[in-house]
Structures are given as C-alpha cells and as structure tokens.
Design a protein around this ligand. Structure first.
Ligand SMILES: Cc1ncc(COP(=O)(O)O)c(C=O)c1O
Length: 383
C-alpha cells in the first residue's frame, strides 16, 4: 500500500527554491538561495570554540540561557513604550522554529492568518499545517511592491488572528515606512489580532534602520534571529519576543518541538550582542550595499529589464513578465546555469518576476546577469 501523509500535509510540497536548486547543472551561479555568503564573524566562532572546549553543553532551560534572553530583550527594546525583559523572549532553533511555535500556539481551525503577497513562502505552509485559513494583503507589483493601505484594510476580517508584517521583505527587500506601520496598528486596535513581525532582515538595510510594528502595537510578537544579520544560517539560532503571557505558552510549544536551542549556538550568540558583534553586522551591511550597487549597474548595463530594488535584505525583483510565466523562465535559466527563484513562489503579486539574490561574490553577480542577458538575447527574445 502506498504511503499517505496526514491530512494536514496534503497540499504541502518541497519549496520551489529547493527543487530548482537540486535540478541545477554543475557550475550554476546561485542567485536563488536566501542566505548571506559571509563567514560567521570571528568573535562568534571563538565563543563557540570556548563553549565546546571548556563547558558542559547539556540542555539549557527551554526558553534559553538567561543572559542571552536579556541581551535579546535589550536589543529589541529601542523605541518600545513598555520595556521587554528576559521573560519576553523564547530562544528557538532558527526563526523558522519561532514562526512554527507562534503559529501553532496562537492560531487554529476557524482562525485566519493575514499574509503579505508577495511574502516568505513558509508562511502559507505553516498555516496549512496549523489548519488556519489564509488571506492576503497585496503589496502591488504595479506600485513597486509598496505597502498598500486599502488592500490591507480590506483584507482584515473578524476571524483575523495573526497579521504577518515582513519588513524588510523577502522577496522584495522593501521596507514598510513608520507611517504605514502606525496605520496597521490603528487598523488592529479594535481587534483581537496579534501582529507577527518577521524582522529577520532588519539589520540588513541600506539607508535608515527600519522601524518595527512593535513600536506602535503592543500585541506584537517579534520573530528574529542571527541567521542573516550574523551570517549564521546553519547555527539555528532564532527567537520569538512578545508579551510575557504569550511567550510563556510559546515556550511550552517549543519545549515539545525541540526542548531548547543548541547550547553551543546560544553561548556563541551572546557574542553577537557585543560591540565586536555589532561591528561585524555593520561590515556585512556595507558590503551588501556595495553589492546592491554592483547588481544595479549590471542590470542596467547588460540587461535593461525593469526591476525593483528594496531598502534592505539582499534581493531584487526582476521583471521577466514579457517572457512567460516566472516558473518557466526560472527553469529555462537553469540551462544557462543560473539559479533564480520565480516570483510566483511568494504569491500571485510576485508572478512575472524573478527574485535574484546579490548576497554572492560581486564577480558572480556580474556573470549571473550576463548569463541571464544571453538567454534574453537568444531563446528568451522569442517568448
Ligand atoms: C522572511 C524569513 N523569515 C524567516 C526565515 C527563517 O530563517 P532562520 O530559520 O534561519 O532564522 C527566513 C529564511 O530565509 C526568511 O527569509
């Protein structure tokens, strides 16, 4: 008899990013994966080595080491009316686990989750697993994926339980301005909804540090971690921060998912909040700004297609709508040995675009754009 997964798994498939990555030919330039390519800063690596060599690394408390939770609370406190404490923080195995634990703790059948379109592709999968309905607020491609107040207001219903705010955005890199965050807070003021603020890219900005919805709305759960800001994707260190009564329950959920985050990663993570750690993030930010400029130059010089570049993260959205569906274009580009992500993976507003990452070596950015240009000149121009 063939294997039938549980009902909740029925419509869930491996992400298109992984599928494209696995079918890419050798020598492909990967403009698809969503992770920084920097070495993890030395100050963090040294702390990890010290923890391994000198300490016993048993289970930590479920919510995480107290000193780390205090550092995380202090880090998020800026601009908040009511200060966060260590009890406002649950440290998790990457922000992916924090997202999972928060959704599973707060929402279930009969509830709705309001997601940005386009937005991070894990969100709808989480909703499906939790049995939560999804509605979307549009960040219209026609307006450069900017926040759209009318679409947001129109998507709220009396079943809305969780409202996802993603700034800077994956896939667009766009930031939601403080005035729009205030607008979201006003819309939610008379509801029972919690804002889930995914701030995983917050430190990777090019101009001003993006604001947080937590500055304007108390019922906010911030999701963040060190994957992007410290180039620590494989260390699996993230967290959920929010009202203590919510975090208490999220911590129980987290206990049954994974007990605690890696003790070694937690001890190393303390170093991220030192001056040396902060300086390392600043250096990555500067390098990413430089690469964004290299990407923009290459796009204008070699390709000449419209694109949207955001104020943060490390992505641009390239308009390939004249060549057919974005998934077909991404598949065709594999023959040119360049991996991209079709915008359709992030929601219907992403259709017609490819997400390109510039978190790769600048020489590869230029070669990747040249390969896309070669495809456009050849088979692409027929489409
Ligand atoms: C928007 C967003 N949120 C969360 C995550 C998960 O990151 P991690 O689990 O490594 O902290 C990612 C990873 O790509 C992301 O893009």
């Amino acid at each position: 008899m063939s294997f039938t997964p549980a009902e909740r798994f029925k419509n869930i498939r491996k992400s298109v990013i992984r599928r494209l990555y696995e079918s890419a030919p050798p020598g492909s330039i990967n403009m698809g994966l969503g992770e920084p390519d920097f070495e993890t800063p030395e100050v963090v690596r040294r702390a990890a080595i010290r923890a391994i060599e000198e300490e016993k690394n048993g289970y930590t408390s479920n919510a995480g080491i107290a000193a780390l939770r205090e550092s995380i609370a202090r880090y998020h406190n800026e601009g908040l009316a009511a200060p966060l404490t260590a009890d406002s923080v649950c440290v998790t195995n990457g922000s992916a686990e924090a997202l999972f634990a928060v959704v599973m703790t707060l929402a279930g059948p009969g509830d709705e989750m309001l997601l940005p379109d386009p937005g991070y592709l894990a969100y709808p999968a989480l909703a499906a697993i939790a049995g939560v309905e999804v509605s979307r607020y549009r960040l219209p491609a026609a307006r450069g994926f900017a926040f759209d107040r009318d679409s947001f207001r129109a998507s709220l219903t009396d079943k809305t339980k969780l409202v996802f705010v993603l700034s800077p955005s994956n896939p667009t890199g766009r930031v939601i301005e403080p005035g729009d965050l205030r607008f979201i807070a006003r819309c939610l003021a008379d509801t029972n909804a919690y804002a889930v603020s995914d701030e995983i890219y917050r430190e990777l900005y090019f101009d001003r540090r993006p604001a947080s919805i937590a500055e304007f709305y108390d019922r906010t759960i911030i999701i963040s971690g060190l994957s992007k800001m410290m180039s620590m994707t494989g260390w699996r260190l993230g967290w959920a921060v929010g009202p203590e009564d919510v975090i208490r329950q999220v911590t129980v959920m987290h206990q049954y998912i994974s007990t605690c985050a890696s003790a070694i990663s937690q001890k190393a993570a303390l170093a991220a909040f030192t001056n040396e750690g902060r300086d390392a993030t600043a250096a990555m930010r500067d390098e990413l700004r430089h690469r964004r400029d290299r990407m923009a130059q290459a796009l204008s010089r070699d390709l000449g297609l419209p694109y949207v570049a955001g104020e943060g993260a490390f992505y641009v959205m390239l308009d390939v709508s004249r060549f057919g569906p974005s998934e077909e274009v991404a598949l065709a580009l594999l023959d040119e040995r360049v991996i991209t992500v079709p915008g359709s993976a992030f929601g219907s507003e992403g259709e017609g675009y490819l997400r390109l990452s510039f978190s790769i070596d600048p020489a590869l950015i230029e070669e990747g754009i040249r390969r896309i240009a070669a495809w456009v000149r050849g088979s692409g121009s027929a489409g």
